[in-house]
Write a protein that binds this ligand. Structure first.
Ligand SMILES: [Zn+2]
Ligand SMILES: [Zn+2]
Length: 388
């Protein structure tokens, strides 16, 4: 079978699938209707289909030849955004929209599954197609908790994000860190409440908290290599109720992001400054962290295979680039904690198709002309990575 020609024949079906999902956006962990459509399509291909992580789906294709197990991933969730594209197939659900391209991800992976099924005689190993809920809020952990990386054990993982920061007809895959790790912090500083007129009888937590906000910036600018990207942001700061009362507590939240291996060091440095500042000013603190996304770091060997494959798909090496690293997070990183893999950005920016709006914008849309390239990349990556 000529893979490119076959996907060309299926292009309209793929666009119809994408538009069907686009009309019916569902938020993270609520993708019940979406799940039904995915299950129906994959069952129709006679794959071994099961539900996972509430609204997720896993389907297995056992190749006829011996080989490895390869995971191909799509996400499924939409966003709480009112669509403003005015497209004939725009969202039919008020206040919800596929504004990140996950509708296109599902369409590409379903067509890739169809083509690989048709080629079953030539497929090595096992191909595991996964459709994951709630990417926008790091839902991948549930897929992993429920065993998606085992039985059969995944040897390599591959995923795609349609990306509006690069133009249509290009694909970008870097080695190593590609998308940032994010950690959320929750800090409470407890001083001693009292009358604003007798400051010496209270311990003002606002003064200490303000001091901390300033001091931790030194971690970013003075303690880590300036070539290692990192951001420490305070996004909530709550205290007090009145002009005459020194409050007892200050509650602070924020996030720490970094795009290099070993960036967890920032968390320890961050706490060191808090602990010592609090001690100096006689207040106590409670600090907890929650992992948002792990660092998404591509395995250089798999990334190289992906670039070679992308060159085959696009027919021109100059269209395959290695430039996009971003402080945005992506929970595909969770799968890469358990198997080597790579994540590809498939460009969709095309002024004529008005597909150059940023992700999560109410006028975001994708250039459907690139969908065949994405599906072909999935098919060829599956065949390459599953080969013994
Ligand atoms: Zn998004
Ligand atoms: Zn996304």
């Amino acid at each position: 079978m000529n893979i490119k020609d076959r996907i060309g024949e299926l292009k309209n079906e793929m666009i119809d699938l994408r538009r069907m999902f686009h009309r019916h956006p569902e938020l993270g962990f609520e993708e019940w209707w979406t799940q039904e459509q995915v299950v129906k399509y994959l069952t129709g291909l006679s794959l071994e289909v099961s539900k996972i992580a509430g609204t997720g789906v896993v389907a297995l294709l056992h190749g006829v030849k011996p080989g490895k197990t390869v995971l191909l991933r799509s996400d499924m969730d939409a966003l709480p955004i009112e669509e403003e594209t005015g497209l004939p197939y725009a969202s039919e659900v008020e206040g919800k929209m596929h504004a990140c391209g996950h509708d296109g991800h599902m369409a590409m992976l379903l067509i890739a599954a169809k083509v690989l099924k048709e080629m079953q005689e030539d497929v090595p190993g096992t191909i595991k197609f996964i459709f994951q809920p709630n990417e926008e809020d790091a839902g991948a952990y549930r897929m992993v908790d429920e065993g998606v990386m085992t039985s059969p054990k995944v040897d390599a993982a591959f995923g795609i994000h349609l990306w509006s920061q690069i133009r249509s007809g290009t694909i970008d895959i870097v080695d190593g860190p590609q998308m940032a790790a994010s950690h959320y912090f929750y800090l409470t500083i407890t001083g001693k409440g009292g009358h604003a007129g007798f400051a010496h009888e209270s311990i003002d937590p606002i003064l200490v908290a303000s001091n901390i906000v300033q001091s931790v910036q030194a971690v970013q600018t003075r303690e880590i290599d300036a070539l290692n990207p990192a951001v420490i942001m305070f996004t909530e700061f709550h205290a007090g109720s009145n002009t005459t009362i020194v409050p007892e507590k200050v509650r602070i939240k924020g996030s720490i992001r970094f795009l290099y291996e070993g960036g967890d060091e920032i968390l320890r440095r961050f706490e060191r400054i808090i602990a010592h500042t609090c001690e100096a000013h006689r207040v106590s603190y409670e600090l907890s962290f929650k992992v948002g996304n792990n660092l998404l770091s591509n395995d250089p060997e798999v990334a190289q295979i992906a670039r070679e494959t992308a060159t085959e798909v696009l027919g021109e090496a100059s269209r395959v680039t290695t430039k996009i690293r971003t402080m945005a997070g992506e929970d595909f990183s969770d799968y890469l904690q358990h198997a080597p893999g790579a994540f590809a950005f498939v460009g969709i920016a095309n002024r004529n198709a008005e597909s150059d709006y940023p992700h999560h914008h109410p006028r975001f849309t994708i250039d459907e002309e690139v969908l065949p390239a994405g599906a072909e990349l999935h098919v060829r990556m599956a065949l390459r990575l599953a080969s013994p």
